[in-house]
Design a binder for this molecule. Structure first.
Ligand code: DAH
Length: 340
């Protein structure tokens, strides 16, 4: 018995394994129910009483040595990705992997960034949780302006000074406060309004804001920039028209319509038979807003514009219900295969 224990001990201490499978074979050979170590344990009951103590200790020592060795061989393979090539089955079919597609809103956002990037605009971002100054006050919203009403704005807890930004115009302010002109930036981001969710409105949506501040920036520059954008986005035959409007932070202000890309201007239910669809708000930055940000309005002028990414995407892809953008139904999302 003693000699057999001794032999097994030597065998076990010399054990090696090339691949994880061999470790398992060794475990079975020595430690399974019919394994060589277990067999010795079975024979232990025949050992004469006076030797039981000594043999018992040797057997326990053997079992521990075998277990330790198996564990150390096993751990040598853990975390090792290099399986020897003879263990690989190159003919096995690969696991089926669904190729992803970009979300339509990301495709359109990236396209807007690309279009303005070509004429020198770079991207800046700001926080989604804003203070009253950057979202409203610095943008010339008088204290009683209805957009501050609880119906539109999500306030954080009970502090009326802290809110979820209702537009990306807040990032205009942050940029002008920190960057001297010339400024040529676009600001994509998520915005929040306390609106009932429907086919045409959501409480979370996305905007891209643009801002250009320099010497002698005029309304003509604004119009030309928007014409360039509309044709890049909707096609070279797209026409634009500007209608007068009002925003507290721009003077004068306008809304931009593009000729309906669905009916080509002839009239359809998307453009409500007018031939035109509104895509953004814009205007010359109000001098008071420049001054609020420490930019001298006697030296500099600027224009700004802001558009909803959902709206542009609805038009571009003729999607009828913007809730589809947020439901993440793969059957819907798979239809969009933008390259950027
Ligand atoms: N902030 C406006 C909105 O959310 C959009 C807008 C209009 C942005 C005119 C502008 C602008 O920069 O000049 O409805």
């Amino acid at each position: 018995m003693k000699a057999r224990i001794e032999n097994l001990l030597n065998e076990i201490s010399a054990m090696t394994a090339q691949v994880p499978d061999e470790v398992e074979q060794l475990r079975l050979k020595y430690l399974s129910k019919k394994g060589q170590v277990s067999v010795l344990f079975d024979e232990f009951r025949n050992v004469p009483a006076e030797q039981k103590k000594e043999i018992g200790q040797l057997l326990n020592h053997l079992k521990n040595a075998a277990q330790d060795k198996i564990e150390s061989l096993k751990s040598a393979f853990e975390g090792k990705e290099d399986v020897p090539s003879q263990m690989m089955d190159f003919s096995r079919p690969v696991d089926h992997m669904e190729p992803g597609t970009r979300h339509p809103l990301s495709i359109v956002r990236n396209e807007i960034v690309r279009i303005f990037g070509q004429i020198g605009y770079t991207v800046a971002v700001g926080p989604e949780i804003e203070d009253d100054w950057h979202n409203f006050s610095a943008l010339n919203f008088p204290p009683e302006h209805p957009a501050r009403d609880m119906q539109d704005t999500f306030f954080i807890a009970t502090d009326p000074e802290i809110l979820l930004r209702t537009h990306t115009s807040s990032v205009q302010i942050r940029t002008m406060e920190t960057m001297p002109p010339p400024i040529r930036k676009i600001f994509p981001g998520r915005v929040f309004r306390n609106e009932a969710i429907s086919a045409r409105a959501h409480c979370i949506f996305h905007q891209v804001e643009g801002l250009y501040v320099d010497h002698n920036v005029s309304f003509m520059d604004l119009k030309q920039t928007l014409l360039y954008f509309a044709r890049e986005m909707f096609g070279e035959h797209t026409e634009i028209r500007l209608r007068p409007s009002f925003f507290p932070f721009t003077e004068p202000s306008g809304e931009l319509d593009v000729s309906c890309n669905i009916c080509g201007g002839k009239g359809c239910n998307i453009c409500k038979y007018t031939g035109w669809v509104e895509i953004l708000g814009c205007g010359m930055v109000d001098p008071a807003v420049l001054d609020n940000c420490g930019i001298d309005s006697k030296i500099y002028t600027g224009f700004a514009f802001g558009m909803g990414i959902e709206r542009i995407t609805l038009l571009k892809y003729q999607v009828k219900d913007l809730r589809l953008f947020f439901e993440n139904d793969l059957r819907f999302l798979r239809q969009f295969t933008g390259t950027i």
